[in-house]
Design a protein around this ligand. Structure first.
Ligand code: TXA
Ligand code: MG
Length: 348
């Protein structure tokens, strides 16, 4: 924490702060708030982010306080170009360059060793910081106007469902931030793929996401998965995450759950409705069985069903191919609250 401040008092003050949260399309207004170390929700192609000036330790602490997320969990730094990343790192592997050139702007996040321009609070003290160039015209325009990079975790409270439209952000953060920059509905719908690099600069996937391992392999020639529990102390990998308030179970195919009334059950269906359950309690991810459409809809479906305040939700697994793996990863973590009830959380 910075000199003269008591962290506890600071966090209480932030938690008490109330704003008239405005939704609008003014880049100028968003820049104004960010320059004053305030937080602004920003659209990206994946999910909405809760943005703050990445050079300001004060603004970064506000992100953790508002999101109610442990400060040890690292944030992604959003920039507008590959050369902007280059200015913030000490080592820029050729593989990272090739991947960024192929997939940016877009849903790829790379982990690189930061230099001293970024505060340690960005990465919770880790030497590597996550960088990404989001593919959304209004946010790229914002990044060009601020003159500083933006940290932006997903704009939801810690462990809850990620937001893919302004109304989702408002549900969690109304009164807690001054501005939501409206960029419409997110076109990709699940978070970026997080890729680090091993000793020989080979790519290692830390979080599955919108870019598939096959796509990474095509560019880099190889791909590995990070399996070390210790180094994955990062929010997207927490056992419980992306969760609705209603208990959620993950299944291969829907069948009525013992102990629950069918009329009080909601279903996140992959490609078709089920008979015997009210249609308005079902959300079909993609009637044409298209995984890109399913990814775009998965958080929207979870928000919709959770808002119905039913007794229980059931989500069907998507086919385990391509993007299906990343969607199933999110659904598995979202379902952990109900399925592991009573077990102690891993504490991440
Ligand atoms: O698509 C996205 O990535 C969205 C949009 C807003 O850009 N952002 C997002 O941020 O999902 P967040 O904070 O909710 O998730 C950050 C993820 C973590 O789950 C973690 O896997 C990874 O980024 N991460 C960030 N910094 C890391 C680091 N230094 N080491 C390991 N993993 C890191
Ligand atoms: Mg998140």
């Amino acid at each position: 924490m910075y000199a003269g401040f008591d962290e506890g008092i600071f966090l209480i003050l932030i938690a008490m702060m109330e704003f008239e949260t405005e939704i609008g399309t003014s880049v100028e207004q968003a820049v104004g708030f960010l320059q004053q170390d305030e937080l602004v929700a920003i659209p990206t192609e994946t999910v909405y982010g809760l943005a703050a000036n990445a050079f300001s330790e004060k603004a970064i602490h506000k992100v953790f306080a508002v999101k109610q997320r442990p400060a040890s969990n690292p944030l992604i730094v959003h920039v507008e170009s590959i050369s902007a990343i280059r200015q913030l790192v000490t080592h820029f592997p050729e593989t990272a360059k090739a991947l960024l050139e192929r997939f940016s702007p877009g849903p790829l996040t790379v982990l690189l060793k930061k230099n001293l321009r970024l505060p340690d609070a960005v990465s919770g003290g880790r030497p590597e910081v996550a960088f990404r160039i989001p593919a959304h015209s209004i946010t790229l325009a914002l990044l060009r106007s601020t003159g500083f990079p933006l940290v932006a975790p997903s704009a939801n409270l810690y462990t809850t469902i990620s937001p893919t439209e302004p109304s989702h952000v408002l549900k969690n953060l109304q009164g807690k931030i001054p501005y939501i920059l409206d960029g419409g509905k997110c076109t990709v719908g699940i978070e970026s793929t997080v890729v680090g690099f091993d000793e020989v600069d080979g790519p290692v996937i830390y979080r599955q996401g919108a870019i598939t391992p096959e796509q990474i392999k095509e560019v880099a020639g190889s791909v590995k998965f990070n399996t070390s529990e210790k180094s994955v102390l990062s929010p997207g990998q927490a056992r419980l995450h992306y969760s609705p308030a209603t208990p959620l179970y993950l299944v291969d195919r829907f069948e009525p759950l013992p102990g629950y009334q069918t009329e009080r059950t909601g279903i996140l269906c992959f490609d078709h409705f089920y008979p015997g359950v009210p249609r308005e309690h079902q959300f079909v991810l993609s009637a044409k069985s298209d995984l890109e459409e399913a990814a775009r809809n998965v958080y929207r479906g979870l928000h919709y069903l959770d808002d119905l305040k039913l007794d229980v939700l059931v989500a069907e697994r998507c086919p385990p191919v391509g993007l299906g793996h990343a969607i199933n990863d999110r659904l598995t973590r979202a379902a952990n609250r109900a399925e592991k009830e009573g077990e102690p959380d891993s504490g991440v």
